[in-house]
Write a protein that binds this ligand. Sequence first.
Ligand code: ADP
Ligand code: MG
Ligand code: MG
Length: 201
Amino acid sequence: AVQAEPVLVAGLIEVCRATIADNTDHLCALDRAIGDGDHGTNMRRGCEAVSAEGESLSSLPFPEAVEKIGLTLVMNVGGAAGPLYGTLLMEIGRELRKSEEKADFSQVLKQAIDAVARRGRAHAGDKTLLDVLYPVHAALAKRSPLGDIARKAERSADRTAAMKAMRGRAAYLGDRSIGHVDPGASSCALLTTAICRYLGE
Ligand code: ADP
Ligand code: MG
Ligand code: MG
């Protein structure tokens, strides 16, 4: 596993970067409907900053690499998504480092998602990326196959359309946010699907 880590980190960075690059316009369009239209470009900027650090990241132990990716996102992504995705990855890295070998990834992910919720003062059902992250955690905790986790992420993102936004810019729209998929939930589902597909290869 130790030798596979640099390849794993580089591969994950690249699939995430490519997925966001392919979906930048789509994510911006979702954000134009209920926000300020920049979610795709925010995410792309973050992924490009992480890719630029790819070499140095790949030489780090896995937990440190994940933590550093989170920090890079916080520093390079303007807007709400940077600090939120950044917190997610920094916390995953920190928890993995603390728990070392005996890490149960689903517990690590739960701690990190809770940190994102605290950071955004958001809860499940508020129409944010948390509405994908919590179901993904639940699927992981049940040891669902990768394909099922990805499908659950996509379905969960679709379900945010029925929700009224309680946090972030979309919350200013109140009831008018209903009927639109949340951009952060959509990027989270796209990334989850890309990661699951990569890990399944
Ligand atoms: P901004 O809204 O600052 O332009 P982005 O467009 O990049 O930032 O990201 C918007 C996404 O961030 C939303 O679709 C939502 O999923 C997520 N988000 C915004 N505010 C919060 C919050 N307080 N808690 C959790 N998620 C949030
Ligand atoms: Mg925006
Ligand atoms: Mg913005």
